[in-house]
Design a binder for this molecule. Structure first.
Ligand code: SAH
Ligand code: MG
Length: 219
């Protein structure tokens, strides 16, 4: 996939201009990993946890469209703890005046529509562990970038990692081995995955780590 031109170039350009928390080199690495997961498997199913305004959604949607996969993008669109007023990653322009709560869904929809990705990307609006409990389809690709606190990060990992098929990829964002660079939970769950013996390391870029499932998930 050439991020410089054609349809992929157009989508990468749009992803770069979408607001969010994904440096471009990591976004391109994410797109590449998803495209590896989807290629040769038309109809493959991708899931992303944590969409915010759709930046990672557009990078992943580009890979999904390119390989004939479908991307389910899960988010309650109310922001994580770290996005609420008074926290580091708060953006007051995303607060709904009606009820004073964050609502990123309109921004996400606009990004997906502007990208022309509506045939490829399905928004799932709700609580990630609740969706995970009802989920039954094996995944070719799963991206975890939801709440970064201890409880939400572990709930996403415990809820979703088991849905990744053998040969499928699990990508985790904001993995910082050095505590000075960022919070612990994503790194700790990445360590747990590596120690479980169920995964092989399959690439990294910045704080993005990619694992490939080599052993079926325990029942
Ligand atoms: N991937 C995005 C950033 C995601 S920020 C980007 O590229 O910019 C984390 C997101 O996780 C927020 O949008 C927040 O609403 C969502 N989130 C946090 N906890 C959640 C939960 N329990 N269920 C669903 N979404 C959740
Ligand atoms: Mg992130």
């Amino acid at each position: 996939m050439n991020p410089q031109s054609g349809r992929i170039g157009e989508l990468v350009d749009l992803a770069r201009r979408t607001r969010g928390f994904m440096p471009d080199d990591e976004g391109l690495a994410l797109m590449d990993a998803a495209s590896r997961a989807g290629s040769g498997r038309p109809g493959a199913v991708f899931v992303e946890i944590g969409a915010w305004c759709g930046k990672s959604t557009v990078y992943l949607g580009a890979a999904a469209e390119h390989t004939g996969a479908v991307l389910f993008s899960v988010d309650h669109h109310r922001g994580s703890e770290e996005n609420q007023a008074g926290w580091e990653h708060h953006d007051p322009t995303l607060v709904e005046p009606g009820d004073g709560r964050i609502d990123t869904l309109p921004h996400w929809r606009r990004a997906v529509a502007a990208a022309g990705l509506e045939p490829t990307v399905v928004g799932v609006v709700g609580d990630s562990p609740t969706v995970a409990r009802a989920w039954r389809t094996p995944l070719a690709f799963c991206f975890i970038d939801g709440g970064h606190g201890d409880a939400p990060a572990w709930a996403d990992y415990r809820g979703w990692a088991g849905h990744v098929a053998v040969g499928g990829l699990l990508a985790i964002h904001d993995v910082f081995p050095d505590p000075l660079d960022g919070g612990r939970p994503p790194y700790e769950l990445w360590c747990d995955a590596v120690a479980s013996g169920q995964w092989a390391q399959a690439g990294h870029c910045g704080s993005l780590r990619v694992l490939e499932r080599t052993v079926p998930a325990p029942a």
